[in-house]
Design a protein around this ligand. Structure first.
Ligand code: URA
Length: 199
């Protein structure tokens, strides 16, 4: 982890961080993955979303959230006027806790998350969003050190000196459509917070 911390701290901008991650050899996940999945959207956006890990589609394309969960995420964002293709006010920046796909999409192990966390922290520091959304258990655990997204979701908290909203992961919503009601409430809450904190 000390090596990761040093590599992450040495990155002066997002391109350098991506290069540092691509050159990082101390995570087994890298060997099983096709591609590094770094981020998508506008790094200058006020909102940054942190998902879990690339799946098969993301691993193939090298972009986060391009599969079914990603399509749902795009619709969720569109519902509150956000678009990862957009710049400025409507923009959003998207990444994952893990930049490499775990084999067979298994859950990432705690030591894998711990090893890569310095890169995520640096990623957030460099992108410097006003607001962070953590989607799903893995992301909430990594950013907040707490488990149980069902309990955590919908309540604003703080991490790395900025407001954080935990939400259900869109892959969870695909499996549990009834939970879309809570997700909708959280989206409206997020929209209100973006408005309230607008410069
Ligand atoms: N699920 C995630 O958490 N991230 C992705 O990039 C795709 C699916």
């Amino acid at each position: 982890v000390a090596i990761a911390r040093e590599a992450a701290a040495g990155a002066r901008d997002l391109d350098a961080l991506r290069d540092a991650m691509a050159a990082f050899e101390h995570c087994d996940l890298k060997r099983g993955a096709e591609r590094l999945v770094f981020a998508d959207g506008d790094p200058a956006a006020r909102l940054m979303i942190v998902g879990e890990a690339p799946g098969r589609d993301e691993d193939r394309e090298g972009r986060p959230f391009v599969g079914r969960a990603g399509q749902l995420l795009d619709r969720m964002l569109a519902a509150i006027g956000l678009d990862r293709q957009a710049k400025g006010e409507e923009g959003v920046y998207i990444t994952n806790v893990l930049p490499w796909r775990p084999p067979q999409n298994r859950d990432p192990k705690p030591d894998e998350i711990a090893m890569l966390k310095p890169f995520l922290d640096r990623h957030i520091a460099l992108a410097d969003p006003d607001i962070l959304v953590v989607m799903g258990n893995i992301s909430a655990q990594a950013m907040l050190g707490k488990r149980g997204i069902t309990r955590l979701r919908g309540t604003w908290t703080e991490a790395l000196d900025r407001p954080v909203l935990p939400m259900f992961h869109p892959a969870y919503l695909l499996r549990n459509p009834a939970a879309k009601r809570e997700a909708w409430a959280d989206l409206l809450d997020l929209q209100a917070k973006l408005k309230e904190t607008a410069p």
